[in-house]
Write a new protein. Structure first.
Length: 317
């Protein structure tokens, strides 16, 4: 079962998301917190937009499980493939860190915030419990231990992607080992389970693509809520932070990756056309996990092999 190709549309998802941002800013600036739609305000519509993001994350986590399991059944994923993926991830992360450090040392955005932090206090909410607990650590052992859940349910209920990937690889290895020596009823059960995995992956992919098409509306509602409550003044304060982050993202996604695509034999222009939807969607919803179906569809449109697409998107994410 292959990942669905890009669906034909008059306007690409990227432009629809950008249009949603523009309309959201206009609604937030025009109506603020006042009711404007049958007594409903921007503050009432914002949570509806967040439901779309939550739905994407909730569906993307099991998608990762079934995508990896289906890959284990249908393709040979050798240790060499795993090492290649790890190397690519390390290189990409290193480049991202270098870009971030260069921007910080050349622009010094922190110095531009001097005297402006007080202006952000009215818009700041309470710190998340996880951030306030002081549980963060730099210990590699403790960080790795955090990926091992107390129960199988925890990674899916908390959207712990790394834990899901580790569980999927472990489970897929066990299934492949059993299938290799199975016979009789056990072999038949293995084939039936393989069919269920393929079906689950196909259904989840279709559902996620349906929800992903709602992202422009969700972004519009969320932006309208934020602008309606905070006003456009908050953007004047946050512009240093926003443009610093945006510069790093654009250099990574629209400069480094196209150059890398060119070195691998793909036209940078073709890459940019195919990657625009996941890049814009990921920036808009601030989640690579929620962007998973859009990423898989874009990779299919770029002609990336199904195994490589799943490894890079599901495991590399």
């Amino acid at each position: 079962m292959s990942t669905p190709p890009p669906a034909p549309a008059r306007f690409s998802l990227a432009f629809r998301v950008l249009g949603g941002v523009a309309i959201g800013i206009a609604l937030g600036a025009g109506f603020g917190t006042d009711p404007w739609l049958f007594g409903v305000s921007n503050g009432d519509l914002g949570p509806l937009g967040m439901l779309v993001v939550r739905a994407l994350k909730a569906l993307a986590t099991p998608l990762i499980l079934f995508a990896i399991l289906d890959s284990f059944y249908k393709t040979e994923i050798s240790g060499r493939n795993g090492l290649q993926l790890a190397l690519v991830c390390v290189v990409n992360v290193t480049v991202a860190m270098v870009i971030g450090l260069l921007i910080l040392n050349l622009v010094h955005p922190g110095s531009l915030w001097v005297g402006k932090l007080d202006a952000l206090l009215p818009f700041a909410g309470s710190a998340p419990a996880s951030a306030a607990s002081g549980a963060a650590t730099l210990s590699p052992l403790q960080n790795f231990a955090a990926f091992i859940p107390k129960s199988i349910v925890d990674p899916f209920s908390q959207n712990l992607v790394i834990s899901v990937v580790l569980f999927a690889v472990f489970l897929g290895s066990g299934l492949r080992s059993i299938r290799a020596g199975a016979s009789g009823s056990l072999a038949e059960a293995s084939r039936q389970f393989e069919g269920l995995v393929e079906l689950a992956y196909a259904v989840l992919t279709r559902m996620l693509l349906w929800v992903a098409d709602l992202m422009p509306v969700a972004v519009c509602l969320i932006v309208a809520d934020v602008v309606g409550k905070a006003g456009l003044e908050v953007f004047a304060v946050l512009q240093v932070f926003f443009f610093t982050i945006l510069a790093g993202l654009l250099l990574q996604a629209l400069v480094y990756y196209p150059l890398l695509a060119g070195l691998c034999g793909m036209s940078p222009a073709r890459y940019l056309r195919g990657a625009l939807d996941p890049v814009v969607t990921g920036v808009s919803c601030n989640s690579s996990l929620a962007t998973m179906p859009v990423t898989l569809r874009a990779l299919a449109g770029l002609g990336v092999g199904e195994r490589s697409a799943r490894l890079s998107a599901c495991v590399g994410t």
